[in-house]
Design a protein around this ligand. Structure first.
Ligand SMILES: NC(=O)c1ccc[n+]([C@@H]2O[C@H](COP(=O)([O-])OP(=O)(O)OC[C@H]3O[C@@H](n4cnc5c(N)ncnc54)[C@H](O)[C@@H]3O)[C@@H](O)[C@H]2O)c1
Ligand SMILES: O=c1ccn([C@@H]2O[C@H](COP(=O)(O)OP(=O)(O)O[C@H]3O[C@H](CO)[C@@H](O)[C@H](O)[C@H]3O)[C@@H](O)[C@H]2O)c(=O)[nH]1
Length: 447
């Protein structure tokens, strides 16, 4: 099938590349010229394991092209994905200006035939009908009887760092629409994924497809993220009780996670959740509920617990070192999770901000973040290029991101370079016993 994906970020580029890889003819559109230039040369502008390989192969097969010209993409695609960002506004609502601009441009570019316009971006409930209206608005002045389209909600559930795997091995595909014609095209589009042709385990049952109305599909996306974020805030709250009563939250998580009604995933206590989605999507859901006169008590608590969890790490540093003014703190990891270069709403940013406010000197090391990669104006952290430079003179080190390679650090050598032997394991990731044996004051979360 002919597909157009508009917006080539973590979602759009992975979606476009994976659809090309399974045989569709894809044009990806982005208004960022630098990105398009890079992708045309076969390079990925984002770090996502497996993406460069499928991108190279799809380009080699002539299955994927890149352009800044939306009209070219719209003319090409039977299915048009909108995959631009929907970041939070200051009050928590979603900023829909990028979706609006794209929907209008689609309307202006439609010339003939039938199109399925797919909301892949996470958009507030009711956006399907709103997008339909904007597209019609964009079409104003055209002779419309040659043009037909339907709007479909097809929310995305991929996780950064494993986005390609998740795209080929989804737990479910959700499609919201009231048009049989659109649903049939969506079914055809995803058949190679539904039938597990590209799955890691090809013997699994077909991927469940949830066909529903537009509003429910949009709500499913928010409810999924809100539930996952709440599960993490819940286990963090349990960790904080563990800290006080002398229990180990890792043991507790194992013990409750074996109950199949609870499940063992997303029970890792630590510094709390970050990233581009949980914070913005939970806020947007809180805002939507308020718009309809409902106050979301659990969701507000989920956000509050997460804010406190980040501060808790600063409090643990204060307990260990007393005055932080003039102390040097080293951060192991900066991205919001491992295997990504994404720093959006990363807990490390809160730590840098809080610690520097308290007069500490903050250094950091991350396998994928450089000083020049930090957003402008973020000058109160020194990004070191290696671990020795990070450890040198530190009064404490905080493990912020659970990068696999941090398990292999020579912690004895690190200790010799440090000023004080304090290590805060903000992900409960390291071997506390071994570190204590080396002479560290090891401090985890809820253990
Ligand atoms: N990042 C994730 O893990 C994830 C997972 C599921 C859903 N989502 C949702 O998917 C959407 C996209 O998220 P993302 O992380 O990929 O965003 P992103 O910021 O990484 O990418 C958005 C892209 O859209 C481009 N763009 C903006 N306006 C444009 C326009 N008018 N025309 C063409 N291109 C334009 C930008 O240049 C950018 O490359 C969001 O709604 C997000 O909530 C994200
Ligand atoms: O037990 C856990 C699991 C995760 N995290 C943290 O939670 C955040 C989010 O992690 P994860 O969900 O793996 O990453 P994302 O890439 O943000 O993916 C989430 O957000 C996406 C965007 O909406 C959705 O598509 C995914 O389904 C959803 O998992 C990260 O900071 C993790 O460190 C924990 O603290 N404890």
């Amino acid at each position: 099938m002919r597909v157009c994906v508009i917006g080539t970020g973590y979602v759009g580029l992975v979606t476009g590349a994976c659809l090309a890889y399974i045989g569709h003819d894809v044009i990806c559109v982005d208004n960022n010229e630098e990105k398009v230039k890079l992708m045309k040369s076969g390079q990925s502008p984002i770090h996502e394991p497996g993406l460069p390989e499928i991108l190279t192969e799809s380009i080699r097969q002539g299955k994927i092209e890149f352009t800044t010209d939306i009209a070219t993409g719209v003319k090409h695609g039977e299915v048009l994905f909108i995959a631009v960002g929907t970041p939070s506004l200051a009050d928590g609502r979603s900023d829909m200006r990028y979706v609006e601009a794209v929907a209008r441009s689609i309307g202006e570019s439609l010339t003939d035939g039938y199109r399925v316009i797919v909301n892949k971006s996470t958009v507030p409930i009711g956006s399907g009908d709103w997008v339909r209206m904007i597209v019609l608005d964009g079409m104003a002045g055209q002779s419309n009887d040659q043009i037909e389209f339907d709007v479909v909600s097809n929310p995305e559930f991929l996780r950064e760092g494993v986005a390609v795997y998740d795209t080929f091995n989804p737990d479910r595909i959700v499609v919201g629409s009231d048009s049989d014609r659109a649903l049939q095209l969506m079914q055809e589009l995803y058949t190679p994924i539904i039938d597990r042709s590209f799955a890691e385990n090809k013997t699994l049952a077909p991927v469940p497809v949830v066909v529903t109305d537009l509003n429910s599909a949009e709500m499913i996306k928010y409810a999924a993220n809100a539930f996952l974020a709440t599960k993490i805030s819940f286990v963090n709250e349990i960790a904080n009780i563990c800290d006080r009563v002398g229990a180990d939250v890792k043991e507790v998580a194992r013990g409750i996670g074996l109950d199949s009604r609870i499940g063992s995933k997303f029970l890792q206590a630590g510094i709390g959740w970050g990233g581009s989605c949980f914070g913005k999507d939970v806020s947007a859901l809180i805002y939507t509920a308020a718009d309809y006169g409902y106050s979301t008590e659990i969701l507000k608590a989920c956000v509050r617990v997460n804010e406190l969890q980040r501060i808790l790490v600063v409090e643990k540093l204060q307990q260990a070192l007393k005055i932080l003014k003039g102390k040097t703190i080293g951060l192991l990891g900066m991205t919001f999770k491992p295997d990504t270069d994404d720093m959006r709403d990363a807990p490390a940013l809160t730590l840098i901000d809080q610690l520097s406010r308290l007069g500490a000197r903050v250094k950091a090391y991350d396998p994928l973040v450089s000083q020049s990669g930090l957003r402008q104006g973020f000058s109160n952290v020194i990004v070191e290029t290696d671990l020795e430079r990070l450890a040198d003179g530190c009064d404490a080190v905080v493990l912020v991101t659970d990068w696999q390679e941090f398990l292999a650090i020579d912690y004895a050598k690190m200790l010799r370079l440090m000023h004080h032997p304090v290590i805060i394991d903000a992900r409960n990731f390291l071997d506390g016993k071994a570190l204590k044996a080396l002479g560290y004051q090891y401090i985890g979360i809820g253990r």
